[in-house]
Design a protein around this ligand. Structure first.
Ligand code: KIV
Ligand code: ZN
Length: 511
């Protein structure tokens, strides 16, 4: 008999703390739906006290998710806990995750609190959270650098106060598997009533050991892992959900627990998060990287053809790789389109959204003979077409690029309904287009990143462009997709500008 391993996904909270990964409410809701399909047990939907927008996104997610617990983070203070409690109210199952730092360096330098005050604040926050839900999680931030005796004292106190899940974070990604496993083992052994709670781990990847440390914790009694899709997260990121889940599943001989994740939803989840946040997945990334299941060496190819398990420990289809499956074409109707979206687990918010996506599908089918699943994901995820509230929209673009001539762009934009036009020259057609847009918008932002990837294979494939802009310390990512990469680039640039002009300031939970 295997125990259940609770998968706590924090893509929408810790993942969102990656530079430029801030998401809109609609984007968060799309990801939350995919996380529910994936079967994650807990969705940490945000940090309610960060901003009214964050609280509203959590409330909306709580209202639509039925099969996963929806959670909000809260520092151990009254304002945060009440904001979290209000935000999760619509949830069928809601959780408040409250935390306070317990390491000497954090208590002294950041919180400027005495250890006794920290224990008192933790207990108070847990008790207050219980007024909203009986599902309360407590985290000892920077547990990795906390003194063991003090950690035991804090955990004992919050169990008494009523916390049901105790999370042990390696906030700074400092541990190594043997030490982390031992820390979890000792905590479970030493803290009174430790068998009354679920022990959880939350590891950052600064030394590249987040997944290994999480698994070491699981081998020593942790039954919840906090992780993110594609390992997105603060600095070097968090433990990657797909790696933790597939390690536990593939090595059932070693682990005495298993998750309830539907692994065939892993690749769609990875693609969606990558498309929405603009964080590409490196090709050699385990499980979800483009090369994760491809065999280059002749010896390996020969082996796999003779007997797949010679070189494969997992099956690509089990994690949701569909290999550019041809799905629809120019003659496909609205019903076929709707059915395929449904099969891919893509839920359109309304008939209007479906109609607009179908219109974009028809436009795409005119330019590209074969439409693959990947194109459909991009169509609904990055085209920006669903967001009718966008301030800037591309009306038309004309570029001239000729050997020996300076590339030139003529762009027409809609700025909240008013048409603007501009011409500019540049080093290339993309540069000229960005200059023309900037001439009209005058954002004064700095371009930090520009990247183009093909969504499928072939020269008629859609290009997926990511643009990262920074202004006054704020960083945003924008995405655009089109068979014409100059148009995709302009869409991505405008998508980033819409975020830059639209997004509100948010507080950071750890500041
Ligand atoms: O890394 C960390 O310590 C956190 C806590 C808020 C759980 O993200
Ligand atoms: Zn974290």
């Amino acid at each position: 008999m295997h125990d259940q391993l609770i998968i706590f996904d924090t893509t929408l909270r810790d993942g969102e703390q990656s530079p430029g990964a801030a998401m809109t409410k609609d984007e968060k809701m799309r990801i939350a739906r995919q996380l529910e399909r994936l079967g994650v047990d807990v969705i940490e939907a945000g940090f309610a006290a960060a901003s009214p927008g964050d609280a509203e996104a959590i409330r909306s997610i709580a209202g639509i998710i039925k099969n996963s617990t929806v959670c909000s983070l809260a520092r151990a203070n009254e304002r945060d806990v009440r904001a979290a409690g209000e935000a999760i109210k619509p949830a069928a199952s809601g959780r408040i995750h409250t935390f306070i730092a317990t390491s000497p360096i954090h208590m002294e330098k950041k919180l400027r609190m005495q250890p006794d005050q920290v224990v008192e604040a933790a207990v108070k926050a847990v008790k207050l959270a219980l007024e909203y839900t009986d599902n309360v999680e407590f985290s000892a931030e920077d547990a990795v650098r906390s003194e063991m005796d003090f950690l035991c004292r804090v955990f004992e106190a919050v169990i008494k106060a009523g916390a049901k899940t105790l999370n042990v974070p390696d906030t700074v990604g400092y541990s190594i598997p043997a030490l982390w496993g031992e820390r979890i083992r000792q905590l479970i052994e030493r803290v009174p009533n430790s068998d009354q709670v679920i022990w959880s781990t939350h590891c950052h990847n600064d030394l590249g050991m987040a997944v290994a440390n999480s698994l070491a914790a699981v081998m020593n009694g942790a039954r919840q892992v906090e992780c993110t899709i594609n390992g997105l997260g603060e600095r070097a990121g968090n433990a990657s959900l797909e790696e933790v889940v597939m390690a536990v599943k593939t090595r059932r001989d070693v682990f005495t627990c298993d998750s309830r994740i539907d692994t065939s939803q892993i690749v769609p989840a990875s693609r969606l998060v990558s498309q929405i946040t603009g964080y590409p997945v490196q090709p050699n990334k385990a499980i979800v990287g483009a090369n994760a299941f491809s065999h280059e060496s002749g010896i390996h190819q020969d082996g796999v053809l003779k007997h797949r398990e010679t070189y494969e420990i997992m099956r690509a289809e089990d994690v949701g790789w569909s290999h550019n499956k041809l799905t629809l074409g120019k003659l496909s109707g609205r019903n076929a389109f709707r059915t395929r979206l449904h099969e891919l687990g893509i839920v359109m918010e309304s008939e209007e959204a479906l109609n607009s996506a179908f219109a974009r599908f028809k436009e795409l089918a005119d330019k590209k003979r074969e439409i693959f699943d990947e194109d459909l994901h991009a169509l609904v995820a990055v085209d920006g077409g669903l967001d009718t509230c966008d301030r800037f929209k591309l009306v038309s673009l004309k570029v001239c690029s000729e050997t020996g001539e300076t590339p030139h762009a003529h762009i027409v934009l809609s700025d909240g309904g008013n048409e603007l036009r501009a011409d500019e020259f540049g080093g290339g057609p993309v540069d000229a287009s960005f200059r023309a847009i900037e001439k009209m918008v005058g954002s004064g932002s700095t371009l930090l990143l520009y990247s183009v990837n093909n969504i499928t294979t072939g020269t008629d494939a859609q290009g997926e462009v990511t643009v990262r802009l920074s202004r006054n310390g704020r960083i945003v990512n924008g995405q655009g997709a089109d068979t014409d990469i100059v148009i995709a680039s302009a869409k991505a640039y405008l998508n980033a500008l819409n975020k830059l002009f639209g997004a509100e300031e948010r507080a950071h939970p750890q500041v």
